[in-house]
Design a protein around this ligand. Structure first.
Ligand SMILES: *Cc1c(COP(=O)(O)O)cnc(C)c1O
Length: 391
């Protein structure tokens, strides 16, 4: 697949930045791996001079370093690590709006983000209009005088729709407002939203960035001034990342590029296998020409990602039987770890919706979502094959 041209030719590659990005110059005797700075507070000079260091403030040395690494990976001026993806989203939205303001958001959103916009922010006087992200006109029509930001997520859960942020970035620029994008499913290896004009990029680092299903964290990258304001909000509300977790995240980022390359490869093989299987009626993967956004994904992304969704013949009961028969693939929500996981959105992300509404979203009973891991692909395929025999 053709890679997007780099905006700065001399920029180090993503694999290099994942390992070395943000690290201060080393001198002889320094540890090769940065230490976990397990301290809530730091010595001051006793006269109130200089920056006050405190781990809740997000200025513990490794919090700062990993924030810089993320900024480099995203091509942003600044980056901030927080205690969860939702922490990153909530602090960003609280920072960018005040009572009376309005948001226009894609209707394809992570469940908790949708609830935050629909149920929580209105209690603070901030309302949201949800639009079909593929319809440029809908974004424009939804605008109000007090619209402060546009909010997009892609690829989406669980149908893996891919939307081009570039026209929205132009609209936001024209209006002098910000375009915020949750790019969790893509990772900075497969997609760099800021190259297409996105102002603020958010990740649930719990997923691919950490990559081992063993931490909860979030990141936000963007202009230094905005990120500093979000850090200020974080200091007040308190969802900072703890020292152990940020160290684990740093460790995860060191292998991000090789992991994502393998996720991409394995998922492509899994998608092709499923598309060919008699017991499978539909496969959702942006790398398949049958996916509605295949051409767009090919144009703007440099990899199609590790998530594959599909529908088994026989509905919910067949899906349950399939899950029961799996031996290698584990049944669990969440995604982005080294191990292959499977879940049914009707029991997890979309449990709150009645069957008919789920169907209207293209998620009938029998719909399964795979987070394809980095095991030997033949082992994954063999397990899927034997489990499908039973449905
Ligand atoms: C998981 C997820 C979140 C929330 O992240 P947490 O780290 O669980 O708070 C937000 N957006 C997307 C797309 C996610 O997959």
């Amino acid at each position: 697949m053709p890679r997007r041209p780099r905006s700065h030719r001399s920029r180090p590659g993503q694999a290099t930045l994942g390992i070395h990005g943000g690290a201060p110059p080393a001198v002889a005797g320094d540890p090769v791996v940065p230490p976990i700075v397990q301290s809530a507070t730091f010595y001051g000079d006793g006269r109130g001079k200089g920056e006050l260091l405190y781990t809740r403030y997000g200025n513990n040395p490794l919090q700062v370093q990993v924030g810089q690494k993320m900024a480099l990976l995203e091509g942003a001026e600044a980056g901030l690590v927080l205690g969860s993806g939702m922490g990153a989203i909530a602090m960003s939205l609280l920072t960018l709006t005040q009572s009376g303001d309005h948001i226009v958001a894609s209707k394809h959103l992570y469940g908790a983000t949708r609830t935050l916009l629909e149920m929580e922010l209105p209690r603070r006087g901030v309302t949201t209009t949800f639009v079909d992200p593929a319809e440029g006109r809908e974004w424009r029509q939804a605008l109000r005088k007090r619209t402060r930001l546009l909010y997009l997520e892609a690829p989406t859960n669980p149908t893996l729709r891919v939307f081009d942020p570039e026209p929205l970035a132009q609209l936001a620029k024209e209006l002098g407002i910000l375009l915020v994008m949750d790019s969790t499913f893509a990772t900075p290896i497969n997609f760099r939203p800021m190259d297409l004009g996105v102002d603020l990029v958010i990740h649930s680092a719990t997923k691919y960035l950490g990559g081992h299903s063993d931490l909860v964290a979030g990141t936000v990258c963007g202009p230094a001034e905005v990120v500093e304001e979000i850090a200020h909000t974080m200091r007040l509300y308190g969802p900072s990342v703890d020292p152990n977790t940020v160290w684990l995240l740093d460790r995860g980022l060191r292998t991000l590029e090789v992991r994502v390359a393998r996720h991409n490869e394995n998922a492509m093989a899994v998608a092709a296998f499923l598309a060919d299987h008699d017991a499978v009626s539909e496969v959702f993967y942006p790398g398949l020409p049958s996916h509605p956004d295949h051409r767009r994904a090919k144009r703007i992304m440099s990899g199609f990602g590790g998530m594959v969704s599909f529908v088994v013949d026989g509905g919910g009961r067949a899906a349950n039987r399939f899950m029961k028969r799996l031996e290698l693939v584990s049944v669990a929500p969440s995604l982005g770890g080294v191990e292959t996981l499977v879940s049914q959105p009707r029991y997890t992300s979309h449990a709150a919706l009645p069957t008919q509404e789920r169907e209207a979203l293209g998620i009938p009973d029998g719909f399964l979502r795979l987070s394809v891991g980095i095991e030997a692909v033949d082992d994954i395929l063999r397990d899927l094959e034997q489990a499908l025999e039973g449905v």
